[in-house]
Ligand binder design. Structure first.
Ligand code: NDP
Ligand code: 2IT
Length: 449
């Protein structure tokens, strides 16, 4: 191993030692450090790895108790988190996730990824993530409201439009952002629009923020296909998940001439060879908070609902994992390779395991990591902050056009950086190195803080 490789391995070992049991965080750090060898060799300022070590240590980690009372009057207890990872480029920025699997290791992996993603957008936003092990499934609106109010009653003191600006993620959508914003406004007595993004259109939200992650993902895929002399027209696409990211990825694929033939939730997946009926899916997911099995029931004998198998067994040209971390493993990647899939792009954060990425690479499948391909969500959050600061409101068309420009720029930045650092065509190396360089330059300029 080269000297730079040894030094980076020592940083990784230190991260594992200092953060025991946080496997997802280790995985996210490792993936970035593996790509930084050529950077450490080329730039003397990073040679001693001191800055890289600092980058792997969150600026601040907040863990708090979230007590609330359910509809039957019973006391409930959850744990809340906010990891403010890096503010060299701007206020801490990143979503909140409510899911029973949330613990410090998940929040740290997401916050770490967010640093590089936000850097890649070229916009002035630092990296953070937060959330709770609260499970919103099966909870009434009133319970979700009381939970959000209790969560914000502690978190508000750490937030601010120039300090830390959360948004949604898994389990946190427009409803939750509304309750969180309402409680922040009440406690602080400030109508501070820029403190949260993903707000509703009548109370400071931006056009296209709801659609942005899914739309941005598909804009990125269009560029990947274009770079290979290919297009989405007539392409068969499989999208895992059926939440915010998945639904709007499906919509944009259909608008651009492709057909999404399968989607899923944690219960199973549905195959609809006519193309997913998006109006029906949205009605079930967004209005009824239902399951993809309800979609299958509503479509009758025309579709197949499968439980206990992998969605990656469905043949496709393009696969978009949009559910959760490590959902596409080696076996799934082999299935995709086996039936001739050409492109995999991550809508979710870190959905592809390291082993699966190797399989895709060996099979010659073009692969884009989430920190580049799903950056459209946070980029549009930054556009929401921009509108809030200017007390302005942009049209849907104007905002979507900006999103398209940003995604094309992220795509090109990845390819150009990969080429410059000796890994042509490697979107993972390009994203990690380009994301690192921008934040590292700012960290150097700001001194050892
Ligand atoms: P939602 O809560 O809207 O939807 C999540 C979807 O993924 C649901 O279909 C859910 O199924 C499924 N899912 C969640 N956890 C699991 C699990 N452990 N196993 C299997 N399926 C699961 O979340 P989003 O669409 O907002 O987020 C999806 C992914 O995209 C996450 O990785 C998130 O971090 C990432 N992301 C989100 C952005 C955003 O703007 N919202 C921006 C960038 C990335 P079920 O209902 O059965 O749980
Ligand atoms: O993972 C992500 O980029 C998000 N959940 C969006 C974060 C944001 O601040 O919009």
């Amino acid at each position: 191993m080269s000297q730079s490789g040894d030094r980076l391995k020592a940083v990784y070992d230190e991260v594992v030692g200092r953060n025991p049991g946080e496997e997802e965080f280790h995985q996210a750090v490792r993936e970035v450090l593996e790509n930084l060898g050529p950077v450490v060799e080329k730039h003397a300022a990073f040679a001693d790895t001191a800055l890289i070590r600092r980058l792997c240590e969150p600026e601040r980690q907040i863990i708090f108790r979230v007590p609330w009372v359910d509809d039957d009057g019973r006391p409930q207890l959850n744990r809340g988190f906010r990891v403010e990872f890096n503010s060299a480029l701007g206020p801490y920025k990143g979503g909140l996730r409510f899911h029973p699997s949330v613990y410090l290791g998940i929040v740290k992996f997401l916050g770490f990824e967010q640093i590089f993603k936000n850097s890649l957008t070229g916009l002035p936003i630092g990296g953070a993530k937060g959330g709770s092990d609260f499970d919103p499934k099966g909870r009434s609106d009133a319970e979700v409201m009381r939970f959000c109010q209790s969560f914000m009653t502690e978190l508000y003191r750490h937030l601010g439009e120039h300090t830390d600006v959360p948004a949604g993620d898994t389990g946190v959508g427009r409803r939750e952002i509304g309750y969180l914003f309402g409680q922040y406004k009440r406690i602080t007595n400030r109508y501070e629009l820029g403190v949260l993004t993903g707000k509703g259109l009548t109370w400071g939200g931006s056009q296209v923020r709801t659609e942005a992650t899914g739309y941005g993902l598909v804009f990125f895929v269009e560029e990947m296909l274009r770079a290979a002399g290919d297009s989405l027209d007539g392409a068969k696409v499989v999208v895992s998940g059926s939440g915010n990211v998945a639904v709007y990825a499906i919509e944009k694929v259909h608008q651009l001439g492709g057909s999404v033939v399968a989607c899923s939730d944690s219960g199973g997946f549905v195959v609809d060879e006519d193309g997913i009926d998006l109006d029906l899916l949205r009605e079930i997911k967004e209005q009824r908070r239902g399951r993809v099995s309800d979609y299958a029931d509503a479509r009758g004998g025309k579709v197949r609902y499968v439980e206990g198998e992998s969605i990656w067994s469905v043949p496709c040209d393009v696969a978009l994992p949009c559910a959760t971390q490590n959902e596409l493993d080696e076996a799934g990647a082999e299935q995709l390779a086996g039936h001739g899939c050409r492109v995999v792009a991550e809508g979710a954060n870190m959905p592809t395991t390291p082993g699966a990425i190797r399989v895709l690479r060996d099979a010659g499948i073009s692969f884009a990591p989430g920190k580049a391909a799903n950056a459209g969500g946070v980029a549009t959050s930054a556009l929401e902050m921009q509108q809030n600061a200017a007390r302005d409101v942009w049209t849907f068309e104007q905002t979507e056009q900006r999103l398209g420009e940003i995604m094309r720029a992220v795509h090109d930045r990845c390819l150009e950086t990969a080429e410059e650092y000796g890994s042509p065509g490697d979107y993972v190396a390009g994203a990690n190195i380009a994301g690192f360089l921008r934040v590292a330059e700012a960290m150097l300029a700001l001194g050892h803080v």
